[in-house]
Design a binder for this molecule. Structure first.
Ligand SMILES: NC(=O)NCCC(=O)O
Ligand SMILES: [Zn+2]
Length: 615
């Protein structure tokens, strides 16, 4: 079992150097280091527009042994370097999908895409890392659940992956295991469910303890926000009234049932002062509750961060009556929280991403074949919940966000990759095209189009909720840790199972726990000089105006100590949040730009020796 360990700098993982006893029973997988598996260890991407979450500019990118070694112009390179011409294309960090359920045993069945087909499909669509969920059954050990998922995933994944852990019950043992998982297994996020009564749901008191424990550990508390009691009672009532078809699913959990739980989770998180991440915000009502709470919090001294994730499904489609006529079509669109019948939902959620009120787009990929979905004929509550998205998430966000003019390419990068990397504390190793980062890169051709179809997708599932959607923008090349896995839009046959690795996610992400490391305030007039001088030690953060999107991290964070890229443009770095679209034809309104912020920087090795980052 191979993991990417970053323990030297992760002071919270105190006992990580010793192999936990649970891991000793596992047969070691004899994997060749990924960069040595490739015949092309040296790669130059020329003439493209490099897009990061804060700026885009024409730059070449040089990769060696799976790592980005140089970003600049007119580089001197060793021989034997393969060159890709990215003219008129965008060179962006590979997508990071923060929410998948591959081979998930759920509602009496198992999801159709496993860690091989799921990650292969992810790569095909431009996603180079996923974060899945190890969800224990009620009263099952958390560490056993973690081990089970590692065993399932390690030998199959085609790209790197991380894990969140589900909390489905509460006890002292759960609390102790949460601590062990953070300290020894590279876990920094726990999800609990306010829905799925009698299965995964925890009650308010248990939620309180979970939040308290996450806060103590420096972890991110993730909440599935729907009111499970109301869903259960509404379901009974609807079935009794004879509403048994898939339309009953949304009726049993209308928007306010989602919005109530979002509000409750925010209030609890505030009381405990724990950073909160609401998974799959699916409705306008829930989005607006979250946005208000987040904004309110940023006005408070405590500034408890609330992060919001929406889904490709919610942005790319809705509960369309004309599609959801037949049982199988309708059942294929069933997930929780549900797609909404309000056709304005996708655009309104996209706008919340544009304003920074939501930060992240996941897929919640949890696929069930048409036959599996048939389990709910005659009783909608038995339809296995879940849809596809891991392959098409990037295309959907580009088409509905960038092509439609709501997002610019830097925001696309922020919501599909960089913000995920920051929230789960793997930035700038991931989520960044910068020197020292993993060479997880997509070369995106905005002029090419593709039509989404079950016939051509790479997923195992036999249905696609985005069927027929024409998308502008295609992942022409997908480079996974320096290895070309998609070339001219086609997945290469050399993409192999098990080539990805488990990525540890250290606790105390600075974006969520800004108080965990000291912030040095710099007078404005000294700011640019200091950035150039001290950036080797700079870590990223939200800045004083923490109400802004996490995409407002500054560009210097992409660079690794001592790298030429620290001074790559030869001019002072931008103040945080100022996106540089100078080489872009996009224009953004002034309220999208995070102007006039008071600068602050974070040091990665502060007095006292605490490290908040990877380097
Ligand atoms: N979302 C869904 O319907 N299925 C996956 C499990 C979950 O995230 O609730
Ligand atoms: Zn989920």
């Amino acid at each position: 079992m191979k993991a990417i360990l970053n323990m030297e700098n992760n002071t919270n993982n105190t006992s990580a150097s010793t192999v936990p006893s649970e891991m000793k029973g596992l047969a070691p997988t004899k994997k060749l280091p990924f960069h040595l598996q490739s015949s092309h260890t040296r790669l130059l991407i020329k003439n493209g527009t490099v897009v990061n979450a804060d700026k885009m500019e024409e730059m070449d990118v040089y990769i060696e042994d799976g790592i980005i070694k140089q970003v600049g112009k007119n580089m001197i390179l060793p021989g034997g370097t393969r060159t890709i011409d990215a003219k008129s294309m965008y060179v962006m960090p590979g997508g990071i999908d923060p929410h998948t359920h591959l081979e998930f045993e759920f509602m009496g069945d198992k999801s159709a895409d496993d860690f091989y087909t799921g990650t292969k499909a992810a790569v095909a669509g431009g996603t180079t890392m996923i974060i899945d969920f190890a969800i224990p059954q009620k009263d099952e050990s958390l560490i056993q659940a973690y081990m089970k998922y590692r065993k399932l995933a390690d030998t199959k994944v085609c790209c790197d992956y991380g894990l969140h852990i589900g909390i489905t019950s509460w006890s002292d043992n759960v609390k102790n295991e949460m601590s062990d998982l953070c300290k020894m297994y590279g876990i920094n996020s726990f999800k609990f469910f306010l829905a799925y009564k009698d299965m995964f749901m925890i009650n308010d008191e248990e939620m309180y303890h979970c939040l308290e424990t996450c806060k103590e550990l420096g972890a991110i508390a993730m909440v599935h926000a729907e009111n499970g009691t109301l869903i259960k009672e509404n379901t009974k009532k609807l079935l009794k009234e004879g509403i048994t078809g898939p339309e009953g699913h949304e009726k049993s959990r209308p928007e306010e049932v989602e919005a109530e739980a979002v509000f409750r989770a925010c209030v609890f998180a505030n009381q405990v002062k724990c950073p909160l991440y609401i998974v799959h915000v699916m409705s306008r009502s829930a989005g607006s509750v979250l946005a208000n709470k987040r904004r309110e919090n940023m006005q408070q001294d405590s500034k408890i961060p609330i992060f919001g994730e929406t889904l490709a499904a919610a942005l790319g489609t809705y509960w369309k009556p004309h599609i959801c006529i037949s049982y199988s079509d309708a059942a294929a669109h069933v997930l929780g929280p549900p797609l909404r019948p309000d056709p304005s939902t996708p655009i309104e959620l996209m706008k919340l991403l544009g304003t920074g009120d939501l930060q992240v787009v996941g897929s919640d990929n949890c696929t069930f074949n048409v036959k599996q979905k048939a389990a709910g004929i005659g009783d909608f509550s038995k339809i296995p919940n879940g849809v596809n998205g891991v392959e098409d998430r990037m295309s959907i966000v580009w088409e509905k966000g960038v092509s439609s003019g709501i997002l610019d390419p830097t925001q696309f990068v922020a919501v599909t990759s960089t913000n995920v990397a920051k929230i789960f504390n793997i930035y700038p190793k991931k989520g960044c095209v910068g020197v020292g980062s993993d060479a997880d890169i997509i070369i995106w051709d905005p002029k090419k189009t593709r039509k989404i179809s079950t016939k051509t997708h790479h997923q195992a599932v036999d249905y696609n909720i985005f069927e027929g959607t024409l998308c502008h923008g295609v992942a022409e090349y997908v480079i996974v840790k320096g290895r070309i896995c998609v070339e001219e839009g086609e997945v290469k046959p050399t993409l192999s199972r098990g080539q990805g690795e488990y990525v540890q996610t250290p606790v105390f992400p600075p974006i969520a726990y800004p108080e965990a490391a000291p912030v040095i305030e710099i007078p404005k007039n000294l700011e640019d000089d200091l950035f150039l001088n001290v950036e080797d030690d700079v870590n990223y953060e939200l800045g004083d105006n923490a109400g802004d999107s996490p995409s407002s991290g500054r560009s210097s964070v992409c660079s690794i100590p001592g790298s030429p890229a620290n001074h790559r443009s030869g001019r002072a770095l931008r103040r945080e949040g100022q996106r540089d679209l100078h080489s872009s034809s996009f224009s953004v309104s002034s309220d999208q730009l995070d102007e006039g912020k008071k600068p602050s920087i974070r040091v990665s090795e502060p007095p006292g020796g605490r490290s908040t980052g990877f380097w």
